[in-house]
Design a protein around this ligand. Structure first.
Ligand SMILES: O=C(CO)[C@H](O)[C@H](O)COP(=O)(O)O
Length: 219
């Protein structure tokens, strides 16, 4: 099985958590498999809240109604991928640049089910460069502040988020205390969102593996 097969396996296993109502849907190649699987049970749900323009387009292609989060209230379920997860289900997200809307939909959901291939499970977060969404005029200032924190920020040149902002990918961070670093980076003026999901971690992590899907729950 290749990595994409493992992503599809995790995505299909997440269907067990779909009980109806409006589902929050994340972004990325693993979530694309989830959207395709969700289409097979679409009569079970009332629609979806999407975390990106790309997921919105895919949901609509499948005839799944996309709703405004302002109109839905709390969601029972959010399904999304991750770039890294530790054993506490604290995540790094934002490889696809959709971290801000993803964090909003995760925060507005009772249960967050994260889907990934098993390579995403790590002992310590930070080998994957940490995405930070920034207001364009603050890019250089925020980069200098991130250097003060010990990181090496690299501007994702040419990429603009769905919100019209920029991404700095921060290399060389040893993330010992994810929630503290999330709070600290969020406090830098000009930062819209940092891709650490520790204050609101996942509740369930489904990992695709050669032995079949493996489910971890938050300790
Ligand atoms: O956070 C994300 C997008 O902003 C994705 O969930 C993350 O990058 C994982 O992507 P993939 O499923 O393609 O490996």
């Amino acid at each position: 099985m290749n990595q994409d097969d493992l992503k599809r396996q995790a995505a299909e296993a997440a269907l067990d958590h779909v009980e109806g109502g409006v589902i929050g849907v994340g972004t990325g190649s693993t979530v694309n498999h989830f959207i395709d699987a969700l289409a097979t049970v679409k009569s079970r749900i009332e629609g979806a809240v999407s975390s990106s323009e790309a997921s919105t387009a895919r949901l609509r292609q499948h005839g799944i109604e996309v709703l405004d989060l302002n109109a839905t209230g709390e969601l029972s379920l959010y399904v999304d991928g991750a770039d890294e997860s530790n054993g506490r289900l604290e995540l790094i997200k934002g490889g696809g640049g959709a971290l801000t809307r993803e964090k909003i939909v995760a925060a507005a959901s009772r249960q967050f089910v994260c889907i990934a291939d098993e390579s995403k499970l790590v002992d310590r977060l930070g080998a994957f460069p940490l995405p930070v969404e920034v207001i364009p005029m603050a890019r250089s200032y925020v980069a200098r502040e991130l250097v003060q924190l010990g990181g090496t920020p690299v501007w994702r040149d040419g990429f603009v988020t769905d919100n019209g902002n920029l991404i700095l990918d921060v290399h060389n961070l040893q993330i010992e205390a994810p929630a503290e670093l999330e709070t600290r980076i969020n406090a830098i003026a000009g930062v819209v969102t940092v891709g650490i999901f520790a204050l609101r971690p996942a509740d369930v992590l489904i990992l695709g593996s050669a032995q079949g899907p493996r489910t971890l729950t938050r300790p």
